[in-house]
Design a protein around this ligand. Structure first.
Ligand code: KG4
Ligand code: ZN
Length: 346
């Protein structure tokens, strides 16, 4: 006899999205997200205090919205999962406090989980159980990581990460340079469609023979774009925004996909999963598909709404842990802004 599928409420508040998701086992029942992105736009980046305050205001209404969409009463929730880290301290704190309150009030187990592992686990909602092992490339405004994943609930190993800016951060900063709105990724993606990706030969960070194989660096690329744009402006020439966007985007995508495919080959892994907000990038998706097909690697990319931060990913990882019989967290867990990726459950 199989176990009944647990209904898990997942809460995500690590950055600027208040996400509340509800799953039953591997089935997504609801995914409600309230974003404070518009409040940060004029600052050109996420302001932690503004994000925390927005989480506080959005939390309860977003939980209610998710329950309504799932057609459930809160008493029908079997377990509560929450992002315990990594992320912005004050923002995480709001989600962790809310999750503890729901767990205590409902007398249900609490699972404090790792945000990065949740970005991986979310794909089961769309594409079924994860192959073991698989390689995960997580690229967003806050992280750029290559992970070797055995059981996503227990065995996540970092192979490499960015040594400076995250991939999405580079998109956002370059967009700003080009006069495009925040967050810049989708705008660069859009204007790059009319540009020439080989117009400007921007540098590919950390791709030399003696560089770390699985780490990334995007700050040199960002500076190269800034210098190139400044030189044009000094010379009184117009900046070809579409060409610069396409060339910059190509430099990022080239490095991300080359390193991910190389890691799969060297680690003997046949499945690559891409997640995080930058996974919505059309060029990244296209190049990853081509390179994975050429290397015999199966590619899994969740739909864009599940790639950006959301509560469903936390609920998905929570359900995985419940079904695996993992010991729940205690009610005194802390939000940990620097939670290492190896700690899937706190
Ligand atoms: O995962 P996410 O919603 O939040 C975190 O940062 O954790 O990712 C947001 C990031 C932003 O930097 C945004 O510019 C980038 O993802 N992004 C994109 C695209 N859509 C979102 N970057 C490139 N191309 C896109 N289409
Ligand atoms: Zn994220």
């Amino acid at each position: 006899m199989s176990l009944p599928e647990p209904v898990v409420l997942g809460i995500e508040t690590s950055c600027d999205e208040t996400g509340v998701g509800i799953v039953r086992g591997r089935m997504l029942l609801a995914d409600a997200v309230a974003s404070s992105v518009d409040d940060h736009a004029r600052f050109g980046g996420v302001v932690p205090e503004v994000a925390s305050r927005a989480h506080l205001e959005a939390m309860v209404p977003t939980v209610h919205r998710a329950l309504d969409r799932a057609g459930l009463r809160v008493s029908e929730v079997d377990a509560v999962a929450v992002t315990a880290g990594p992320g912005l301290a004050g923002a995480l704190l709001v989600g962790v406090a809310a999750a503890k309150a729901y767990a205590l009030a409902l007398d249900r187990p609490l699972y404090g989980v790792n945000h990065l592992a949740a970005h991986v686990a979310v794909d089961v909602l769309e594409h079924g159980p994860l192959p073991q092992p698989c390689l995960a490339l997580l690229v967003s405004g806050g992280h750029s990581s290559l992970l070797l994943v055995g059981d996503v609930g227990a065995d996540v190993r970092p192979l490499g990460s960015t040594i400076d800016d995250a991939a999405g951060e580079a998109f956002d900063k370059v967009a700003r340079l080009l006069g495009l709105p925040f967050p810049g990724g989708p705008h660069i993606d859009r204007v790059a469609r009319d540009g020439d990706p080989v117009a400007v030969p921007f540098p590919r960070g950390l791709t030399g023979p003696r560089d770390p194989r699985y780490d990334f660096s995007f700050s040199g690329l960002k500076t190269a774009v800034a210098r190139w744009v400044e030189a044009r402006q000094r010379a009184g020439e117009p900046v070809p925004v579409a060409d610069v966007a396409a060339s910059f985007q190509d430099a990022v995508v080239d490095v991300l996909t080359a390193k991910a495919v190389r890691a799969c080959r060297e680690q003997g892994v046949g499945h690559l999963l891409i997640g995080g907000g930058v996974a919505a990038n059309s060029r990244l998706r296209a190049v990853a598909e081509t390179r994975c097909a050429a290397a015999g690697i199966r590619l899994r990319v969740p739909r864009p709404g599940l790639c950006t931060d959301n509560g469903a990913m936390v609920a998905a990882l929570g359900a995985h842990l419940v079904l695996a019989g993992a010991e729940p967290s205690t009610l005194d867990i802390a939000a940990d802004p620097a939670l290492p990726v190896t700690e899937v459950l706190v």
